[in-house]
Ligand binder design. Structure first.
Ligand SMILES: [Zn+2]
Length: 317
């Protein structure tokens, strides 16, 4: 009982701190040459629950919220930062928290700011991925590294000669990782933002690392392989875990309500798309009209430019 109350209080404090950071930050910038350089920040690690630390993204594009989960026997890192140099910053933060030889890595999806630092992890470490994410890393990783390298010379430098590391452990739908006194559920959630999105639920602490599958008051990023149907199912799966703290891979953390909010927006958007398609509107007309409509309906939500891609996916589904 006391344990439960203590972590609840810790988590609540951390959520409040994250909210302050979010409020202070201006509108989310898109990745561009003029954005701040995508560096994971040193000495900024925050403890969010008994076994979980986060290096916050500082609202910098192409920097993830990095997770560090420390059990009694082993340590898990979630997301590497953009390229090996950022991963080295992450590993220095890990070394401050634990000296475990047994080290695991999970990337929430194959995009370079989440996975392209994996080669900097020590040879004895184990990189765990779902079979679909492994396929993404192999088939789509090199092309994505090339396109991220074109953003600016800084990005090119961080990704120079980088090859995606091949996973050491591959699972299909669910993998239970044992860190000693801490169990972590790794879940294949795609196709959502990508085919191979992976979530991580730290069981004793009720902390969920949601990747780009859940964001806090930001429209979700649909891509060429996204499915709204799977996305809604995955949101149900995550809500059923009853997390106390949700750490998206970008932007501020939140409580379980941010899963419900995303579900509500996707459900409303899908109903609106179905109605406009039934009226004979083209996909372009629906995308333009619903961007305006949902931007007005959710004025605080970031990245309204993403609505059009969601409409296109839903229109085709
Ligand atoms: Zn991504």
């Amino acid at each position: 009982m006391t344990m439960t109350r203590r972590w609840r209080a810790t988590v609540r404090l951390a959520a409040a701190a994250a909210l302050l950071v979010a409020t202070a930050a201006a509108a989310e910038a898109q990745p561009s040459a003029t954005a701040p350089p995508p560096f994971v920040k040193a000495d900024a690690t925050v403890k969010v629950s008994d076994h979980v630390w986060v290096i916050p993204d500082g609202n910098v594009p192409l920097v993830p919220n990095v997770g560090i989960i420390v059990g009694s026997r082993a340590t898990l890192v979630i997301d590497t930062g953009l390229g090996p140099r950022n991963a080295e910053t992450v590993l220095r933060e890990v070394a401050k928290l634990s000296s475990h030889q047994e080290l695991y890595l999970v990337a929430t999806h194959f995009h370079p700011e989440h996975a392209a630092g994996a080669s900097a992890f020590p040879p004895g470490s184990k990189f765990i991925a779902s079979s679909v994410e492994a396929q993404d890393l192999k088939e789509l990783g090199p092309g994505m590294i090339a396109s991220f390298s074109r953003i600016s010379p800084v990005h090119a430098d961080l990704l120079r000669d980088v090859h995606m590391r091949e996973p050491d452990v591959v699972f299909d739908d669910l993998y239970r990782l044992d860190l000693g006194d801490v169990q972590v559920q790794l879940m294949a959630l795609g196709p959502t933002h990508t085919r191979g999105d992976t979530g991580a639920f730290v069981e004793p602490d009720h902390v969920l690392f949601a990747g780009d599958v859940v964001m806090n008051q930001a429209f979700l990023a649909f891509g060429a392989q996204s499915s709204a149907t799977t996305w809604l199912k995955s949101l149900d799966r995550l809500a059923a875990l009853h997390p106390v703290l949700v750490v998206p891979s970008h932007g501020p953390t939140g409580g379980p309500e941010i899963i419900d909010q995303q579900k509500q927006v996707l459900t409303e958007l899908r109903a609106a798309v179905d109605a406009r398609r039934a009226q004979g509107q083209t996909v372009d007309e629906a995308a333009a009209a619903l961007t305006t409509e949902f931007q007005a309906k959710y004025p605080e939500w970031r990245s309204p430019a993403r609505i059009a891609a969601a409409v296109r996916t839903m229109y085709a589904e």
